[in-house]
Design a protein around this ligand. Structure first.
Ligand code: COS
Length: 379
C-alpha cells in the first residue's frame, strides 16, 4: 500500500521542527550568515528538543527515528537556514559509519556519551587531492602494536576542528588503492588532531567548514570500524544513506525560495497590478512548485527504501541530484522574480541562492550522482 499521509508522531515532530525554525532559526539566520559562525546556543536548543542525532537508536541516546522522519525534520530546518541545519546534519553523516559498522561495544563507548550532550561530529573523508576520487586518499594509518598512528590532512570538513567526535578514513597501504582504506573512530580530544584553516564560503556560512590535521594521532586498533580495508565500502554505504537527507535539505531550501517568491509576487505592483497576475510569473511559479513536489517525492521514496533495508544507491543519488538541482534553479528563479530587490541582502532569496549551490557539490557532486545512477541503470 502506498500512502503519503504522515503518522501522528511524524506530524508532531514536523510541527516541533517547524516551530523551532520559525522561532529560533529564521530570526538569527542572516546574522550568523554574516558573522560566518555556528550559533552554538541553537546547537544546545536543538539537542534539548531532540532535533539532533536523529537516527541513533534511543538506547545510545539518539532519537531512534526512521529516515522518512529524518527527512521531514531536515526539510523543515533547512527551510530556515541550510548552514544551521547542516551543522546538526553533519552529526548524522559522521555517526552513520558507526551505526552501520560499529560493534555494540563501540556504540556503547562512543555514541552514548556523545549523544548525551549537545556536541558536534565530523566525517573526515575528503582531502585536497581526493574529493570525488575517494580511492586516492593519502592520509595514512600505520600499525604500531595494538594502535595505529594517523598522519595526514583532510579538507572541507563540516564541523572540522570544532567536533567532539570524528569518523576518519585513512589508508593502511596506498599500494592497495581502495582496498587499503580503513575507517577509524577518533575522539576530538586525541592528541595530534587539530583544526586547520577555516574556510570562507560563498554560502552555507553559518556552518563551520575547515581542515582537520592529523599529526601522529594514536588510535587504538579497537577503534577500527569493521576491519582493515573495509573503509571505502563503508564510506559508500554511508553516503548511500545520507544523500537522501541532503536531498531533503534541498527541498527545504527550494520550498522557502518558492514561498518567498509567491509572497513577493503578490505584493509587488508594477504597471498597476501585482506581478503574479502576469502569466510569465505564473508559469515560473508553477514550474518551481512542481519541481519542489517532485523532489520531495524522490527523497521520500529513497528514505522509504532505506527504512525497508532495500538497495538505495540509485534512487538516493537521483533524490540528491534532482533535489539539489531543484534548490538551485528555484532559488535562481526566486531571485529573478524579486528583480533588483532579489539581489540585495535585505531579502532572504539572495542567501538562498548562495546556499543552494553547495547542495550540488557536497556529499558527492551532482556529476558523481549521475555516474552512480548511470552505472546502476546500465549494470
Ligand atoms: N555500497 C557498497 N559497496 C559499494 C558501493 C555502495 N554504494 N559503491 C561501490 N561499492 C564497492 C564496489 O562494489 C566495489 O567493490 P569490489 O571491489 O569488492 O567489487 C568497490 O566499492 C569499488 O567500487 P567502484 O569501482 O564503483 O569505485 P570507484 O572508484 O569507481 O568510485 C564513485 C565510485 C565515483 C561512485 C565513488 O568514488 C564516489 O561516490 N565518489 C564521490 C565521493 C563523495 O561523495 N565525496 C564527498 C565527500 S563526503 S562530504
Amino acid at each position: 500500500m502506498i500512502s503519503f499521509k504522515l503518522t501522528e508522531e511524524q506530524e508532531d515532530i514536523k510541527r516541533l521542527a517547524r516551530s523551532f525554525t520559525e522561532k529560533e532559526i529564521i530570526p538569527v539566520a542572516a546574522e550568523y550568515d554574516e558573522k560566518e559562525e555556528i550559533p552554538w546556543h541553537l546547537v544546545n536548543k536543538a539537542h534539548e528538543l531532540g532535533l539532533m542525532n536523529l537516527t541513533v537508536p534511543e538506547e545510545y541516546g539518539g532519537q531512534g527515528l526512521d529516515h522518512i522522519t529524518e527527512a521531514i525534520i531536515a526539510e523543515e530546518l533547512a527551510y530556515g537556514c541550510l548552514g544551521i541545519s547542516g551543522t546538526f546534519g553533519a552529526n548524522g553523516l559522521a555517526l552513520t559509519p558507526i551505526l552501520i559498522a560499529g560493534t555494540p561495544d563501540q556504540k556503547e563507548k562512543f555514541l552514548k556519551p556523545f549523544c548525551a550532550k549537545p556536541q558536534l561530529a565530523a566525517f573526515c573523508l575528503t582531502e585536497p587531492n581526493a574529493g570525488s576520487d575517494v580511492a586516492n586518499i593519502s592520509t595514512t594509518a600505520v600499525k604500531d602494536g595494538d594502535h595505529y598512528i594517523i598522519n595526514g590532512q583532510k579538507c572541507f570538513i563540516t564541523n572540522g576542528g570544532v567536533a567532539s567526535l570524528y569518523t576518519v578514513f585513512a589508508t593502511v597501504d596506498r599500494s592497495k588503492g581502495l582496498k587499503g582504506i580503513t575507517a577509524f573512530i577518533v575522539p576530538g580530544d586525541t592528541p595530534g588532531l587539530r583544526g586547520g584553516k577555516k574556510e570562507k564560503k560563498m554560502g552555507d556560512r553559518a556552518s563551520h567548514v575547515g581542515e582537520v590535521i592529523f599529526e601522529d594521532v594514536r588510535v587504538p586498533a579497537e577503534n577500527i570500524l569493521w576491519s582493515e580495508g573495509q573503509g571505502f565500502k563503508l564510506a559508500m554505504m554511508t553516503l548511500d544513506s545520507t544523500r537522501p537527507i541532503v536531498g531533503a535539505s534541498a527541498v527545504g531550501v527550494a520550498r522557502r525560495a518558492l514561498e518567498e517568491a509567491i509572497k513577493y509576487s503578490k505584493q509587488r505592483v508594477q504597471f498597476g497590478k501585482p506581478i503574479c497576475e502576469n502569466q510569465a510569473i505564473q508559469f515560473m511559479l508553477a514550474d518551481m512548485a512542481t519541481r519542489v513536489e517532485a523532489a520531495r517525492m524522490l527523497v521520500w521514496q529513497a528514505c522509504w527504501l532505506l527504512d525497508q533495508g532495500l538497495p538505495v544507491s540509485k534512487v538516493g543519488a537521483m533524490a540528491k541530484m534532482y533535489a539539489a538541482d531543484t534548490a538551485m534553479s528555484v532559488a535562481v528563479d526566486a531571485v529573478q522574480i524579486h528583480g533588483g530587490y532579489g539581489y540585495m541582502r535585505e531579502y532572504p532569496v539572495e542567501k538562498l541562492m548562495r546556499d543552494a549551490k553547495i547542495l550540488q557539490i557536497y556529499e558527492g557532486t551532482n556529476q558523481i550522482q549521475r555516474i552512480v545512477i548511470a552505472r546502476n541503470i546500465l549494470s
